[in-house]
Design a protein around this ligand. Structure first.
Ligand code: DON
Length: 557
């Protein structure tokens, strides 16, 4: 070969490789979809300043902790699903809360062995040891490019200067007003004159700003050791909780291998235990791949989807918990052959009754939060974070500005007794010292032939079925706006009923489903707050959408 050609070959090869699909080629700086415009804008600014998706993920989570205190925060936890473009490495950061070391399986039972109402959802006894601060420090140190001083700066500034109250805030503060009023530290931070703040009132959180600054300066230890840890423990104990300094000192983020599955050639990557999300999602999709959904009428299609939900949620109740404490048949649960077995007794014209257990008291969830980020290099983050109920436990540890979660309610307080989302569980999800409570949070990636979707949502037990609806919409060729907008329906095995949003089932469909033996529960409001992005690898275009049910914003730059 002539010398000239030998020299040119690598350049020619490089150009060809750059044109091949699958290589990082997102146009512009990237995209962020989150539940609050201030968080989305701060995330985009970090991308513009040279940060990668992981840096932006730190910023977005921290700003959400300030402006959406009812959804997530430094006193809560979550799951961050990461994809690194340079080598395709994928991991789930498990920043889930843990039960305090002084917790025990009967923590919420009275002398008669009955669950004491409210104990696992209100006040400091309901709070698990927070994971979000540890997760953000880990995310920045291991995957980010910028210092925490830079990525936490927007949250610190907004905590100090304040943010204006919107309708969503007012609604949720009103819903939790009585509990917020229990604690002077909480009412001072979130209410005005002990009332729901008026629209546009400015909420300033100087103590939270100080706590965030300590984390920016000292990293992990800024929260889990020293004065912040001390104040957290003192505050919790004085108010009847059971935290100890060693609970905080021992907290560690865990890197977990995501759950993977396939549906119609799409590659699903999703949350691993202690989230039930990925397993239940893949199980539902595996069951549905036994049917050619497009060949059935809309009502039969819905019936089949409900039956797949029923079976996957039953396995959730029976098998799933913290992988560090219980052994679970994960490989089996996500095996297509196992799902084929589950689907075998689905009848086309009749509901399969769930085994009888007491019906749960389903509540409407509007808290927890999700955001999705893709940067120009193709790095991506899908993160769902939570303090559980709106405003978590409603308890702010005095002097810290940190609102504590009430994630302890996600444990099964007693086998078969439903939690606030109507979910039942057994031994696998019983309380134990240091154990992580089972979650439904389902941050997910879906890779199609054309590109990559990054999506997730809050919504308690309904999170996983919302992801299913989103993925079925993607499979039907629809875009992000449809994934986040489609009316939703849900079944979780127990209670044995189909809950549905206004407009999700026509009157005729409702009659037909009832005739098949389904019980229906029409909801008077909508649920969920999905944030979704799509990166079309064919043309490099990024697009996305924020759920019209919330106040979120998607920006593509
Ligand atoms: O981890 C879980 O499954 C729950 N703590 C999530 C709560 C939630 O999504 C509430 N939102 N509406």
């Amino acid at each position: 070969m002539p010398a000239k050609l030998q020299l040119r070959a690598p350049l020619w090869l490089l150009l060809l490789l750059l044109l091949l699909p699958g290589l990082p080629a997102a146009q512009g700086q990237g995209a962020v979809a989150s539940a609050h415009p201030m968080a989305t804008e701060a995330g985009i600014a970090v991308l513009a300043d040279g940060g990668n998706a992981f840096d932006a993920a730190v910023t977005v989570a921290a700003v959400l902790a300030v402006v959406e205190p009812y959804s997530s925060g430094m006193g809560g936890g979550g799951f961050w699903l990461l994809h690194r473009a340079s080598d395709g490495f994928e991991v789930m950061l498990d920043g889930r809360e843990r039960a305090p070391l002084a917790a025990h399986r009967d923590l919420y039972l009275n002398d008669q062995g009955e669950v004491v109402p409210g104990l696992s959802v209100n006040g400091p006894l309901s709070a698990g040891i927070p994971g979000q601060p540890a997760a953000l420090v880990h995310l920045a140190a291991r995957y980010g490019r910028l210092p925490l001083a830079q990525t936490l700066a927007p949250a610190i500034r907004i905590a100090r200067e304040g943010f204006p109250v919107d309708e969503h805030y007012r609604r949720l503060a009103d819903w939790r007003l009585q509990q917020l009023l229990q604690w002077p530290s909480s009412s001072a931070q979130f209410l005005v004159d002990n009332q729901v703040p008026p629209l546009g009132a400015i909420i300033r959180q100087p103590q939270l700003a100080d706590t965030l600054s300590r984390i920016a300066e000292q990293g992990h230890d800024g929260f889990y050791r020293g004065p912040v840890a001390q104040r957290l423990v003192e505050g919790v104990k004085a108010a009847g909780g059971i935290w100890q300094l060693k609970d905080l000192a021992e907290y560690q983020v865990v890197e977990r291998e995501p759950i993977r599955g396939e549906y119609h050639g799409m590659k699903i990557t999703s949350a691993a235990p202690p989230s039930s999300g990925g397993i239940v999602l893949v199980s539902m999709l595996n069951q549905l791949s036994q049917f050619d959904l497009s060949s059935y009428s809309p009502v039969i299609r819905k019936h089949l989807i409900v039956e797949a939900m029923r079976r996957a949620y039953r396995d959730r109740a029976d098998y799933l918990g913290d992988p560090d404490f219980v052994s679970m048949p994960v490989a089996r649960l996500i095996d297509p052959d196992y799902a084929a077995g589950l689907a075998r007794d689905i009848q086309l014209d009749a509901a399969t009754p769930s085994r009888h257990r007491p019906p749960g008291s389903l509540t409407e969830g509007h808290d927890t939060t999700h955001y999705s980020i893709i940067d120009a290099e193709g790095n991506r983050v899908s993160a769902t974070l939570s303090v559980n109920y709106p405003f978590g436990s409603c308890f702010v540890a005095p002097g810290t500005g940190v609102l504590l979660n009430d994630e302890m309610d996600d444990f099964s307080a007693r086998p078969g007794v439903p939690n606030v989302y109507g979910l039942v569980g057994g031994e696998a999800n019983a309380i134990a010292p240091g154990k992580r409570m089972l979650s439904s949070m389902t941050p997910t990636f879906v890779e199609t032939e054309q590109g990559v979707a990054v999506l997730g949502t809050p919504g308690g037990s309904r999170i996983i079925s919302m992801l299913l609806h989103g993925i079925l919409s993607l499979d039907a060729g629809e875009g992000p706006q449809a994934w986040v907008t489609r009316p939703r329906y849900h079944h979780q095995y127990l209670p044995d009923l189909i809950q549905f949003e206004p407009g999700a089932l026509s009157v005729e469909e409702q009659q037909q489903l009832q005739a098949m033996g389904h019980q229906l529960k029409p909801l008077d409001s909508t649920y969920g707050n999905m944030q979704a992005l799509f990166w079309n690898r064919e043309d490099g275009r990024l697009s996305g959408a924020s759920d019209p049910r919330g106040i979120g914003e998607t920006l593509v730059k």
